[in-house]
Design a protein around this ligand. Structure first.
Ligand SMILES: [Zn+2]
Length: 82
């Protein structure tokens, strides 16, 4: 009886080949600076509102212009958790 185990089909690694030449460089809406500083807005969800019944600290990543400090709008609402 030939019970050769089937070779698992190798999953090709999904390479994300993005040509950054085609990518848009985001600029500060205020001063057109293109360097941003990574920061966090930290939300505190009170125990009453939290689904777990415990106080939750939720950091939300934001980017600020390194020149004038204006937050980069990424489309999401700050009230949305990651
Ligand atoms: Zn700026």
């Amino acid at each position: 009886m030939n019970m050769r185990a089937q070779k698992p089909i190798p999953q090709p690694k999904q390479k994300v080949n993005v040509d950054l030449k085609d990518a848009e460089t985001m600029k500060c809406g205020e001063c057109e600076n293109t360097i941003f500083i990574q920061g966090y807005v930290v939300k505190k969800i009170s125990a009453i509102l939290s689904p777990t019944g415990q106080e939750v600290i939720a950091p939300i990543q934001v980017f600020n212009c390194g020149n004038c400090g204006t937050m980069l709008p990424l489309g999401g609402e700050l009230d949305e958790l990651i």
